[in-house]
Design a protein around this ligand. Sequence first.
Ligand SMILES: Cc1cc2nc3c(=O)[nH]c(=O)nc-3n(C[C@H](O)[C@H](O)[C@H](O)COP(=O)(O)OP(=O)(O)OC[C@H]3O[C@@H](n4cnc5c(N)ncnc54)[C@H](O)[C@@H]3O)c2cc1C
Length: 398
Amino acid sequence: MAVIGAGAAGLVAAAFAASRGADVVLIERTPDGGRKILISGGGRCNILPSVLAPERFVTDSPAHVMRGMLKSWPLHEQRAFFENDLKIPLALEEDSGKLFPKSNRARDVRDGLVALAGERGVRLQFGTSVTAIEAGAAGFTIATPTGPIAAGRVILATGGLSVPATGSDGTGLAVAAALGHKMIDTYPALTPLLGRDAGHAALSGVSLNARLRGKAGTRTIETQGGFLFTHRGYSGPSVLDISHLVARKSDAAATIRAQWSALDPAAWDREFEAPSALISTIVARHVPARLGERLMVEAGVPTDRRTSNLRRTERISLVGRLTSYLLPWSGDEGYKKAEVTGGGVALDEVDPRTLESRRCPGLFLCGEILDVFGPIGGHNFAWAWATGRAAGLGAGTP
Ligand SMILES: Cc1cc2nc3c(=O)[nH]c(=O)nc-3n(C[C@H](O)[C@H](O)[C@H](O)COP(=O)(O)OP(=O)(O)OC[C@H]3O[C@@H](n4cnc5c(N)ncnc54)[C@H](O)[C@@H]3O)c2cc1C
C-alpha cells in the first residue's frame, strides 16, 4: 500500500499501517518531509494541547462525526505515543496550556516520526510528486514524473493549501475530487488579517490580550487571547482563531468587534467616576498607552481631559471604542500565511472508524485534507495524529 504525503498525518499513518504488517511505501514531494512540523510553533512545535476542545473545531460536515474521529485517539494516549514510543518528553507551557517537546526543537518531532516509520519497515520515497491517481479493478495506479507506482490501497495525506512552500499545493484535493469526492469549498484559516487604517499601522508592535466577537451571516464566534498590531494589519492568537470568518468568501462580510481589556462598559464607567483624574492615565492602566491614546483621539477626547470635565458624549464614545471596537479589516493574508486550510473532503464521505472513502473503496484520507480545522494551541496536530493513526490502522489491516 502507498501513503501519499509525509507530513504529520502521513508519517503517523505510515507507521501505524506498517505496525499491522502492511508493506508500505511513503511517497513525499519534498526531499525530507514534515516541513510544516519543522516551522510549527515558531520552530518549537506545539505538538498537542493540554486539554482538547472539540467544540472549538470548525467543519461544515456533521460535527458529531468530527468529534468521534478526534476522540478515536484520546489525548493522553497521543501524549504517551510521543513520550514513550518516540522518546520525546513533553513540557507544558503553563500560561498557554500548550505542550511542546522539552527540547523545544520541532526537528526532534519530525526526525522521530521519520525514524519510527523507517524502523517499522516503511519504504520512504522522498522527492517524488504524485500528479494523479487512477482507481482500477486491481487497485490504484499512482502517477509520478519518474513513472507509475501500483498500490492495492492508498492513504491520501497530502494536506491542504496552507503555506504551499512546505509541499502542500492542493494536488491532493484535486486527486480526491477526481476520485469522486465532494469538496467543501476551501478557505485559508488561522491567517493574519490585513488592515485599512493608516493610524493602526503606526501601532505596529503593540500587543495585548483582547476579546474578539465576530459575526458573518449566521456564523458567530468569540475568541480571546493575544492580539498584535502589525504593519499590515492584525495578528496574534485571538485574530488567527477568528480569521476564517473574514476568509470565507461565501459568507456575508464579517464584522469583528474588539474588547481591549477585561473591563466591560459598566466597569469603565466606574473607572471614569474617579475624582479629577486624567482620562489617559486611567485608560493606560488597562490598555497599552499607545493604543489608549489612539482610541482617545478617535473618540474625540482631548489628551488632557480629566474625569471632572469628561463630557457624556465623549465618555460614551470612548467606552464604546474600549469595549466594542469595530476592527477595520480589509482582507486576510491568505494561504501563504495560513496555518491550516478550512474546507476540504466532506467527512460524511469517509467511514469515521477507518477513514476509508465511501466513494472510492481502498482510498483512505487523513489530516488537513479533510473538512476540519481547530484553533491554535496544538489542536491541528491532535487532528492530524488522530486521523493519521485511524487511517493507518484502517488501511493496514488485512
Ligand atoms: C507556520 C505554521 C505553524 C503551525 N504551528 C502549529 C502548531 O504549533 N501546532 C499545531 O497543532 N498545528 C500547527 N500548524 C498546523 C499543522 O502544521 C497542520 O495542521 C499539520 O501539519 C497538517 O498535517 P498534514 O499531514 O495533514 O498536512 P501537511 O503537514 O501539509 O503534509 C502534507 C504533506 O504532503 C506532501 N504532498 C502534498 N502534495 C503531494 C503530492 N502531490 N505528492 C507528494 N507529496 C505531496 C507535502 O509535501 C507534505 O509533506 C502550523 C502550521 C503552520 C503553517
